[in-house]
Design a protein around this ligand. Structure first.
Ligand code: ASP
Length: 453
C-alpha cells in the first residue's frame, strides 16, 4: 500500500485536479492507494481571514467567502459532466452555507474561539476531498471517501492538536482492515478530540495526516506531491545556485524543514521514520522528475553538507550577569518563563564563562519575552545579580546541515572563514553534539549574502 498526499497547489482548480487523477491512475496500476488531500489552493488562508474579519465585525468576510464558494463551484462545473453536476453542486453549496453560518456566528458574537476556528478551517479539506471523490466517481474510478476525523484522535489543543497514537492507530487499522477498496480518499489536516469536536494538526498538517496513516498501515512509501521537485540545498529565492537534493536522511530532512525549507511539515517525519517508511517528495506538475527521497541513511557526500538554510526575523535574547556564575537553576527559570508564554526557542548558546545565556526566538515574540523574563527575574535584577533581558531584533540564523559532517574536521572553520572574509559579523553560534547542524546568527541584512558565500 502507498500513501499519497497532494498539497493545496496540486488541488488548486480543475486542471490541477485532473493532473492529480492522472497520477492516481498510473500509481493505481502498481498498488493499493490511500490519498490524502489539502484544501484547494489558498482556501485555508481565505477561511481563516474570513473568520478573523467576522470576529472583528468587518463585513468583508462575506466577499472572501463568496469568492471561495465561487472557486469551488467553478471547479465542480469544469470537472464533472453536466448530467452529474447537480448533487455535487448542492453538496458544495451546503458545505459553503455551513461555513457562512459559522462566520455569521463569529460576526454576531464578535469572537472566534480556537475551537470554532478549527471547525471553520476543516471545511477546506472536506470540500477538496469531496470534490476529488465526486470527480473520481464521475470517471468510474472505484474508491471510498473517509472522514479523517473518524480515524485521527487528538487532545483538545485546538489549532495544533497532539495525536493520541494508541486510539488513532487502532481506529486506522480497524477501518482499513474492513476495507477492500483499492483507493481511499481522505481530507488531510483534520482530526477530532474525545468529544468529537473537530481539531486540526497545525498549518501544513495534511502531510502529517498522511504520515500518521502511512505509519499505522506500514505503507511501502509515503509520497508527498507538491509544486516543487523536491527538497533543495537552499531556498532558491535566496541562493542562486540552489539545487534539488535527490536523497536525504530523515534527520537531515527534519533539520532542513525546521530551518526554512517549507517542502514538508516538520512533524511529518517522526511517524514514518519510526517505521522506516521512505518519503518521496514529487512534483505534481513534472512527475517525471526524480524528486527527493527521504530515508534512514543519507548518501555519502564529499564534505558532508546536504543543505544550507536560513531563518529570517529572529530576535536574540541575552540574560547576563555575574550572579549567574556557578548558580544552578538560572537557565531552567529562563526557559520556564518562555515556555509558560508559549514562546518557542529556536537556538540556544551559553559559553563556559556562564556569564550569559543567549537564546534566539521569533522576532514577533521578543517584546513578550522581555516582559515575562524581566518579571521572572525581578528580584535578581533589583539586586544587580543579573541585568534586565537584552533584546536584539533584526537577526537571522544561517545553518549548514548534513549527517555526514560528524567527525569531519574543518567544516565550521571553512564556514566561519567564508563569513569573516566577506565581512559578515557572527553574533552567536550553536552546534549540537550531533554535529548535524552548525548555526550562526547574523544580522538580517547579511542573511542572503551569508547563505550565498
Ligand atoms: N490546508 C491546511 C493549511 O493550509 C493544511 C495543509 O494544507 O496541509 O495549512
Amino acid at each position: 500500500m502507498q500513501v499519497l498526499k497532494f498539497g493545496g497547489s496540486s488541488m488548486a482548480g480543475a486542471k490541477k485536479i485532473e493532473q492529480v487523477v492522472s497520477i492516481l491512475r498510473s500509481e493505481l496500476e502498481k498498488d493499493k492507494l490511500v490519498v490524502v488531500v489539502s484544501a484547494m489552493g489558498k482556501t485555508t488562508d481565505a477561511l481563516l481571514n474570513a473568520g478573523e474579519l467576522a470576529a472583528k465585525c468587518d463585513e468583508h468576510y462575506k466577499e472572501l467567502l463568496s469568492n471561495s464558494e465561487k472557486e469551488h463551484l467553478e471547479t465542480v462545473k469544469s470537472l464533472i459532466p453536466v448530467s452529474q453536476q447537480s448533487s455535487v453542486l448542492s453538496k458544495v453549496k451546503t458545505l459553503c452555507n455551513d461555513i457562512e453560518d459559522i462566520c455569521n456566528g463569529a460576526f454576531l458574537l464578535g469572537e472566534l474561539s480556537l475551537r470554532t476556528k478549527d471547525r471553520l478551517l476543516s471545511y477546506g479539506e472536506i470540500l477538496s476531498s469531496c470534490i476529488l471523490s465526486s470527480y473520481l466517481k464521475s470517471l468510474n474510478i472505484g474508491h471510498e471517501w473517509k472522514d479523517s476525523r473518524e480515524l485521527i484522535r487528538t487532545n483538545t489543543h485546538y489549532n495544533l492538536a497532539a495525536v493520541d497514537f494508541d486510539v488513532t492507530n487502532k481506529q486506522i487499522t480497524e477501518y482499513f482492515n474492513s476495507q477492500s477498496s483499492l483507493l481511499i480518499v481522505l481530507p488531510g489536516f483534520i482530526a477530532s478530540d474525545e468529544s468529537n469536536n473537530t481539531t486540526t494538526l497545525g498549518r501544513g498538517g495534511s502531510d502529517y495526516t498522511a504520515s500518521i496513516i502511512a505509519a499505522a498501515l506500514g505503507a511501502t512509501v509515503l509520497q508527498i506531491w507538491t509544486d516543487v521537485s523536491g527538497i533543495m540545498t537552499a531556498d532558491p529565492r535566496i541562493v542562486n545556485n540552489a539545487r534539488i537534493i535527490n536523497r536525504v536522511s530523515y534527520q537531515e530532512a527534519m533539520e532542513l524543514s525546521h530551518f526554512g525549507a517549507k517542502v514538508i511539515y516538520p512533524p511529518t517525519i517522526q511517524p514514518v521514520m519510526k517505521k522506516n517508511i521512505p518519503v518521496h517528495i514529487k512534483n505534481t506538475f513534472s512527475p517525471e522528475h526524480e524528486g527527493s527521497r527521504i530515508e534512514s541513511e543519507s548518501p555519502h557526500i564529499k564534505n558532508g553538507i546536504c543543505g544550507i538554510s536560513g531563518i529570517p526575523k529572529i530576535a536574540l535574547l541575552s540574560l547576563e550577569g555575574s550572579g549567574m556564575l556557578g548558580v544552578p537553576g538560572f537557565s531552567k527559570r529562563l526557559f520556564e518563563a518562555l515556555a509558560k508564554e508559549n514562546i518557542n526557542v529556536i537556538l540556544i548558546t551559553q559559553s563556559s564563562s556562564e556569564h550569559s545565556i543567549c537564546v534566539g526566538v521569533d522576532e514577533s515574540m521578543a517584546d513578550k519575552a522581555k516582559r515575562v523574563v524581566d518579571i521572572s527575574f525581578d528580584t535578581e535584577i533589583a539586586s544587580g545579580l543579573v541585568n534586565s533581558l537584552i533584546v536584539e531584533k533584526q537577526q537571522a540564523i544561517v545553518a549548514l546541515i548534513g549527517d555526514n559532517m560528524k567527525s569531519h574536521p574543518g567544516i565550521s572553520g571553512k564556514m566561519f572563514n567564508a563569513l569573516g572574509r566577506n565581512g559578515i559579523n557572527v553574533r552567536a553560534i550553536a552546534q549540537g553534539a550531533s554535529e548535524r547542524n552548525i548555526s550562526a546568527v547574523v544580522a538580517s541584512g547579511d542573511m542572503k549574502k551569508a547563505m550565498n558565500v
